[in-house]
Design a protein around this ligand. Structure first.
Ligand SMILES: *Cc1c(COP(=O)(O)O)cnc(C)c1O
Length: 341
C-alpha cells in the first residue's frame, strides 16, 4: 500500500502497550452484580474528576447520550439541542426511537448555543407548546470544527434554564479541557449529566462514561440494561480506560498543535473555502467546500484520508497515530495537489 495518513477520526486510535498490559492484569468480576472492582474504580475515578456524585461505564458514547435522554425525559417531551449536534444528526434518530422525544433545534454554527434561543423555546410552553424536558450541548462541538465552549457562556446558560437539566455530550471533553485550560470539574459543573468518550483521543479500545447525581446514575444503570449495554467482566475494558484517564489526557495538546498545522495547510490549499485556520482550536479540521466529496476522494487517492460529515463539509481529525513526519507528508501531498489545479 502507498503511504497514507489516516485522519478520518480519532476513534481509529489503538490501545497503548500500557493499556494492553493493564487489560491483561485486570482484576475482574461480574459487573452485572456490581462486583467488578476495576469497573467500579473507573467509575469512581471519573466521577471525582468531573465533580459528580456518581458515574456509569457504558459501551459507547451514543449509548451514554441515549441513556441521558431516557432518564431526563418522558415520551412527547421536547429536547433543545444544536442543529448539528451528534445527538441530533449522528445517532440514527435514536432519541425518537428510544425515548419518543422531539427536538427543538437551535443554531449552533458558532459551536455553542445562544442563551436567548434556548429561552425562547422554553418560553413557548406558555403558548401551549410541549414540555421542554432538557437541553443538550456538545463540548467540543465536533461538527463545527471541534469548537470548545466558553465555560462562562455555559454557566450562563445553566443559570438561565434554572431547574431544567442540561446534558453535556462531552465525547471530546478532555480536548476541551486541554484547549481551554479549564478543569474537567469546571467544564462539567453547569451540566446535570454528562458523558465522555475514552475511545477517541484517549486511545482506549472501548467505552464511555456517563456521570451525574446518584439518583440519575441509578436510573441510568437500569436504562443501560434495557438497552442491552450491561456488561460482565468489563474490568478488562475499564483497565484500559483507567490508563487513558491517568496518562493520556495531557498529550491531547500534541493533537491540537498538529491539527492547527494541518488547518494552515488546508487553508492554503483551498483558499476558496474561506477556511480560517485559527478557528481550529482542538483536534478537528473541518471546513465547507462546494466539491467536498471530490476533495476527499482525490486526497484519499494521494494518501490523505479524511471524510465528509455532511454535504459540502470535509473533516480531518488528528490523534495519537499521527506524527510530525506524517504532517510533512501531508504538506507534500497538498503542495503537489495545489500545483495540479
Ligand atoms: C463519537 C461521538 C459520540 C458517540 O460516541 P461513540 O462511542 O462513537 O458511540 C457522541 N457525541 C460526539 C460529539 C461524538 O463525537
Amino acid at each position: 500500500m502507498t503511504r497514507h495518513i489516516d485522519l478520518r477520526s480519532d476513534t481509529l486510535t489503538q490501545p497503548t502497550p500500557a493499556m494492553r498490559e493493564a487489560m491483561a492484569m485486570a482484576v475482574v468480576g461480574d459487573d452485572g452484580y456490581g462486583e467488578d472492582p476495576t469497573v467500579t474504580r473507573l467509575e469512581e475515578t471519573f466521577a471525582t474528576l468531573v465533580g459528580k456524585e456518581s458515574a456509569l461505564f457504558v459501551p459507547s458514547g451514543v449509548m451514554a447520550n441515549q441513556i441521558a435522554v431516557r432518564v431526563l425525559t418522558r415520551p412527547g417531551d421536547v429536547v433543545i439541542a444544536g442543529a448539528n449536534q451528534h445527538l441530533v444528526s449522528f445517532e440514527m434518530g435514536a432519541s425518537a426511537r428510544n425515548s419518543s422525544v422531539q427536538f427543538a433545534l437551535v443554531d449552533d454554527s458558532a459551536g455553542q448555543l445562544r442563551v436567548d434561543d434556548v429561552l425562547d423555546i422554553i418560553d413557548a410552553e406558555n403558548d401551549h407548546q410541549a414540555h421542554v424536558a432538557m437541553v443538550a450541548v456538545e463540548n467540543t462541538h465536533m461538527f463545527w470544527g471541534g469548537t470548545p465552549w466558553d465555560v462562562g457562556r455555559l454557566s450562563l446558560l445553566a443559570r438561565a434554564v434554572g431547574e431544567r437539566p442540561i446534558h453535556l455530550d462531552g465525547a471530546r471533553l478532555f480536548n476541551a479541557a486541554v484547549a481551554t485550560g479549564e478543569s474537567l470539574r469546571d467544564l462539567a459543573a453547569p451540566a446535570t449529566t454528562l458523558m465522555a468518550c475514552l475511545s477517541k483521543g484517549l486511545c482506549a479500545p472501548v467505552g464511555s462514561l456517563f456521570a451525574g447525581p446518584a439518583s440519575l446514575v441509578h436510573a441510568a444503570r437500569v436504562e443501560r440494561k434495557r438497552l442491552g449495554g450491561a456488561m460482565r467482566q468489563a474490568g478488562i475494558l475499564a483497565a484500559a480506560g483507567l490508563v487513558a484517564l491517568e496518562t493520556m489526557v495531557q498529550r491531547l495538546e500534541e493533537d491540537h498543535v498538529r491539527a492547527r498545522a494541518l488547518a494552515e495547510m488546508f487553508a492554503l490549499a483551498f483558499p476558496e473555502s474561506g477556511y480560517d485556520p485559527s478557528s481550529c482550536r482542538t483536534n478537528v479540521v473541518s471546513f465547507v467546500h462546494p466539491q467536498a466529496r471530490q476533495i476527499v476522494y482525490e486526497l484519499t487517492e494521494r494518501g490523505i484520508w479524511g471524510q465528509t460529515v455532511a454535504p459540502r463539509r470535509v473533516r480531518f481529525v488528528t490523534h495519537a497515530g499521527v506524527t510530525d513526519d506524517d504532517l510533512e507528508f501531508a504538506n507534500g501531498v497538498l503542495e503537489s495537489f495545489m500545483s495540479l489545479r
